[in-house]
Design a protein around this ligand. Structure first.
Ligand code: FDA
Length: 390
């Protein structure tokens, strides 16, 4: 007999949900975290209001080498199940946009709710501790903690990804999984701002802080949301979304006026008031700073500009092709793409195929959601699923 039935490493969104569910099944659960408080990423998420799920959650909003892997967990514990839990606690929420649900007041309410649920389920939470070694035994696992050894029959890895190392994110999950023979899908930062080379940055410097509604595409994927020029390159929801699909060396296409046929609009401007210059005509369609950059070097009245020239200008606005040089990396990335290979996990329980009793959940798994509450939903769903099995 082990002192603990289940030990979960990582008291983030996935680890807490798993602890609650296992505890409700009368399993003796120990939840460990090296941080001072549980759910630190929940606390800072959604600008302090936690975008805790998305009404439109479906497998198409997730990236993985096996896009079907997430189906089982997402359908066993859905966005509506999480909303029902939030409602039981009387936490007020609202839909901001595109199905994204946020707390009206504070993300702390979500953490408090989970901590209360853990208390009710008799989960033991131990903070500021982390195993220096994890070994498999005949009947389970043994962990070496600074305060001594602990053992369990089920071990859950819930230590998340590498994003925001300043907050204590580590590659612990990947190292531990690899030690137990699980395969890894190469990791890279996702939902991250993209950067430009110095020459492009210098050219676009006056645009820092300018935002437009844009349609941004990479390969076959596109997103239509706000885009923001920054001192390092481009950011904003549309760019964060596309960054998860973008690979170094690839080009992205940006339409900065997705609702307007800009060629047509410029031709109309030329017909109606040909004595204006291009900058003035563009400024009625785009933020002024952007109009100035695009019109830069173009002299004279718009009346003197042939269709060919207007077409070139409209392409620069509605089909801008740009090769970012990189991304801001894990320092600012909201998530980590890749992770523990789903081929080595059971999609219903998250248990490792070759290592009975070992589970991997949350961001550590090669399942990554779009921006908009999808990543927390994956954490809740995968944590819940493991919690039924551990
Ligand atoms: P999570 O990272 O939450 O938890 C892992 C836990 O493991 C942490 O508590 C950590 O301290 C602990 N840990 C790590 N290494 C350890 C070790 N060696 N020993 C012991 N403990 C260890 N998603 C979303 O859906 N809506 C949103 O609004 C946002 N907003 C957002 C903002 C920002 C700034 C970031 C960085 C991320 C988001 N996200 C988000 C993404 C979301 O936060 C993320 O996908 C989930 O927190 C993942 O949950 P996990 O439980 O898997 O990992």
């Amino acid at each position: 007999m082990h002192p603990w039935d289940v030990i979960i490493i990582g008291a983030g969104a996935a680890g807490m949900m798993c602890a609650i569910e296992a505890g409700k099944r009368d399993r003796k659960v120990l939840l460990l975290d090296h941080a001072k408080a549980p759910g630190e990423k929940i606390r800072i998420s959604g600008g302090g209001r936690c975008n805790f799920t998305n009404l439109d959650t479906s497998p198409k909003a997730f990236l993985s080498q096996n896009p079907r892997f997430c189906i089982s967990a997402l359908s066993r514990f859905t966005q509506h199940d999480f909303i029902a839990l939030v409602n039981r606690y009387g936490i007020a929420w609202h839909e901001k946009t595109l199905g994204q649900l946020f707390c009206d007041s504070s993300s702390r309410q979500i953490i408090d709710m989970l901590v209360t649920e853990m208390r009710k389920a008799d989960v033991t939470l131990r903070l500021q501790t982390s195993p220096s070694d994890v070994a498999r035994t005949d009947t389970g696992f043994r962990l070496s903690l600074p305060e001594g050894e602990v053992s369990c029959s089920s071990l859950v890895i819930a230590t998340g990804g590498k994003s925001i190392p300043k907050m204590g994110a580590t590659g612990f999950a990947y190292e531990l999984a690899a030690r137990f023979g699980l395969r890894l899908v190469e990791t890279r930062p996702g939902l991250v701002p993209l950067t430009f080379d110095p020459a492009m940055l210098q050219r676009l410097a006056p645009l820092a802080g300018v935002a437009v509604e844009a349609e941004v595409s990479c390969g076959k994927q596109s997103f239509r949301e706000a885009m923001l020029f920054t001192h390092r390159g481009i950011s904003g929801p549309a760019i964060l979304q596309i960054s998860s699909y973008w690979r170094e060396g690839q080009e992205i296409r940006i339409s900065m006026t997705p609702d307007i046929d800009i060629f047509d609009a410029l031709r109309r401007a030329r017909a109606e008031n040909g004595r204006q210059n291009l900058k003035t005509a563009l400024a009625s369609l785009l933020p002024r700073a952007l109009a100035e950059i695009i019109a830069d070097g173009t002299a004279g009245n718009i009346a003197d500009m042939p269709d060919r020239e207007l077409r070139r200008i409209s392409d620069a606005v509605s089909s801008w092709r740009i090769k970012p040089v990189g991304s801001e990396g894990y320092r600012t990335a909201e998530v980590t793409l890749g992770g523990v290979d789903t081929r080595d996990l059971n999609s219903r329980t998250m248990e490792a195929n070759g290592v009975p009793g070992l589970y991997v959940i949350g961001e550590a798994v090669d399942v990554t959601g779009w921006l908009g509450g999808y990543n927390f939903q994956w954490a809740w769903s995968s944590g819940w699923s493991a919690g039924q099995a551990t």
